[in-house]
Design a protein around this ligand. Structure first.
Ligand SMILES: [Zn+2]
Length: 113
């Protein structure tokens, strides 16, 4: 039983939904710099700030999309639910909370230290 605790059908549904959400988010156009005329320095500054925030969010979405797609590949090759670092099964509760989790809780803790 390679998929210890993980329900591949539910996991795939969750990953597909998340993937669609992220793709929609990344598909939204971001206003190109230089297209807007600003009434004031402050307006320009706040606009730049918003743009940078949008880009940061987008970076995060792109990274998450990569994780989701990697998890879908692991579902296909039957390694989903195993830690990609130590190979131990990832806890079902963790996969339920983060369906694209690639690391068990122990490795995730080690990695973020
Ligand atoms: Zn691990």
């Amino acid at each position: 039983m390679p998929l210890a605790g993980a329900d591949p059908v539910r996991a795939r549904a969750a990953l597909d939904a998340e993937r669609a959400r992220l793709l929609a988010e990344l598909g939204e156009p971001i206003e190109a710099p230089g297209q807007v005329t600003y009434g004031s320095q402050a307006a320009a500054a706040s606009h730049v700030f918003e743009q940078q925030r949008d880009l940061a969010l987008r970076d995060r979405s792109r990274i998450e999309l990569g994780l989701v797609e990697a998890a879908l590949r692991r579902l296909d090759d039957g390694t989903y639910g195993s830690c990609t670092s130590c190979g131990k099964p990832i806890a079902a509760e963790r996969l339920e909370a983060i369906p694209w989790a690639a690391l068990c809780i122990d490795c995730a803790r080690k990695g973020s230290r």
